[in-house]
Design a protein. Structure first.
Length: 569
């Protein structure tokens, strides 16, 4: 009896002690927050968001519901105030307000995404510890001349190399050839498809899965060559399982809690290593100069050869690290986690583009002539359809839909870190080496930033899709009342690719991939979304809030058939 009484009282005292600790932590952080908010001095520390759990702080809330957590803080404290948050050992600040976001994006010499990028390389892409000094020690900048006072050897300037090569392969003529190769591959795949005819509808359980896989296969073949997929039959399934795990991996959840997420990443990395070995055995990666062919079947784009050469020459990036590097490129090219996941995100955004078109019969009718103007090959059975992407890219309506899809569906948490000294935002001072993050979703739904014209004076709210949101009167037009595509006045509000000198270098290809894939689909197929009311659009899956385009939530039953006159061989 005595022992039972002692144990009972010990349990009660322990519970009471824990409750008291939680309460004291919350009261202390609440008082800190109130003092900071009431501080009227010209220079002061930002307020902390109160929390209950010592050390862990806001970790549980952030991991469980990232979007809700960020949104609540952004709306509770108002704009242009950096709010201090605690995620275990990581301390940072959440920011909202286009004025402060624009200032942060312009401050390219004093703030940088690189500390966060290094963390993502390790958590999301599995870069081994032995390779991390390459990313952590390069403070020389992205320009051809290193930042004054830095001392990084030329062969170790990884950020300059990435910036230089992205400019070489993702702009101008090289970009045109890359996009043409992607569209030709996608069109060829659909032309020879034997599963969908023009005589009858073919039903499917999930349009999202069907179309993302079609684009994925064409995109991989266009950039990475013909053998990555053939050498790894399960690569497509493994890749998308890995993408589904990226929100968990990006948050650094331990492996023992989510072993399947890490296993999916490991399978993808192993597949890339297998392809690297095969490509190196059949093609010299050092043959990547401007006088050499820009593509071969083994490495794909010469970009991959250039990356392989740089990595080997560092003496730091081994087989594992190089595979992680190309996984990062694949996610960047397919889904960019630093800015807007340019490929898996371009793929997801392309699916959303079609979902919005086929949920609005009037928009479908308006858009079809715009897309048909880009069709260049007569509809015959002897060869795939061809497209003039330049014509498609000139359409104001197509561009407006593209921009609206990214505005509404990209939910990216963008990061900047003061790397040289404390950083001042208005009257607030953010300490050096602390993360500052802001949400594209919060910025994209700020009524003050978008103004009455972009919401048609409130009749087109920002939480809903409106195809014409980025169309403005064309004052130079001589005939009729024409409209033009415009992003004017949206600095800090429309930021799906980040901003400043660190704006996503793959954004031009992402735009062309997205619009091009929509044009190809619409030329080949008729689509009906099943089991949905007219005008109904799926909800986004907010589990992916923070890492890019949120995919549709739940399955999307559909039926599809080939357009009359587009007959397979």
């Amino acid at each position: 009896m005595l022992l039972e009484s002692v144990m009972h009282h010990w349990a009660a005292w322990s519970a009471g002690g824990v409750a008291a600790l939680l309460l004291m932590t919350f009261l202390a952080t609440s008082l800190q927050s109130m003092r900071a908010m009431r501080d009227s001095s010209a220079l002061c520390s930002p307020p902390i968001h109160p929390y209950w759990i010592p050390f862990l702080g806001h970790t549980v809330e952030f991991v469980r519901d990232t979007g809700g957590f960020v949104d609540r803080i952004s709306h509770r404290y108002g704009k242009n105030i950096p709010i201090h948050v605690v995620l275990g050992p990581v301390r940072g600040y959440i920011l909202s307000g286009t004025e402060s976001i624009s200032a942060l994006l312009r401050a390219t010499r004093s703030v940088s995404p690189k500390p966060f990028m290094a963390l993502v390389m390790q958590n999301m892409f599995g870069t081994p510890d032995r390779a991390m000094p390459l990313y952590l020690n390069d403070d020389s900048g992205t320009g051809p001349t290193p930042i004054s006072g830095t001392n990084v050897r030329p062969e170790l300037r990884i950020y300059h190399h990435q910036h230089l090569q992205a400019h070489r392969f993702l702009t101008g003529e090289a970009l045109r050839r890359l996009t043409e190769r992607f569209m030709e591959t996608l069109s060829g795949d659909l032309h020879t498809d034997t599963t969908i005819g023009a005589d009858q509808w073919v039903e499917g359980p999930d349009f999202f899965v069907f179309w993302k896989n079609c684009i994925f296969r064409a995109a991989v073949k266009a950039l990475f060559g013909s053998h990555l997929l053939s050498l790894n039959p399960s690569f497509e399934v493994d890749f998308w399982e890995y993408v589904d795990a990226t929100p968990t991996l990006a948050k650094g959840v331990p492996k023992w809690l989510v072993p399947k997420a890490y296993a999916a990443r490991d399978r993808v990395i192993a597949a890339i290593k297998r392809w690297h070995r095969f490509a190196a055995a059949h093609s010299d990666y050092r043959e990547n100069g401007s006088d050499k062919p820009d593509w071969d079947e083994y490495w794909g784009s010469s970009w991959l050869k250039s990356r392989q050469q740089f990595g080997r020459d560092t003496g730091i990036l081994d087989d594992d690290a190089l595979a992680s590097e190309d996984l990062a490129l694949m996610i960047d090219y397919l889904t960019d986690p630093f800015s807007a996941r340019a490929n898996a995100n371009a793929i997801l955004a392309a699916v959303w583009f079609l979902l919005h078109i086929h949920s609005d019969a009037d928009l479908d009718r308006r858009l079809q002539p715009e897309l048909e103007r880009g069709l260049r090959l007569p509809r015959s059975s002897d060869s795939p359809l061809q497209f003039d992407l330049a014509t498609l890219m000139e359409s104001p309506l197509i561009q407006s839909i593209y921009a609206e899809v990214l505005r509404l569906r990209v939910a990216l948490v963008i990061n900047r870190t003061p790397v040289r000294s404390d950083f001042r935002l208005g009257r607030w001072t953010v300490p050096r080496d602390r993360f500052i993050v802001f949400s594209t979703q919060v910025a994209a739904q700020d009524p003050q930033a978008w103004g009455p014209e972009r919401t048609q004076h409130g009749t087109r709210p920002l939480d809903q899709f409106w195809a014409d949101r980025f169309l403005t009167p064309d004052e130079k037009a001589k005939e009729g009342q024409k409209r033009q595509f415009s992003l004017d006045g949206l600095s800090g509000a429309w930021i799906p690719y980040g901003g400043g000198s660190f704006m996503c270098p793959g954004r031009h290809f992402a735009k062309q991939e997205m619009i091009g894939s929509v044009a190809v689909f619409q030329a080949y197929f008729e689509l009906e979304l099943r089991d949905r009311e007219p005008g109904h659009v799926p909800e986004p899956d907010e589990h992916f809030y923070g890492v890019g385009v949120m995919p549709p939530k739940g399955e999307i039953p559909f039926r599809i058939r080939r357009r009359r006159g587009v007959i397979r061989t």
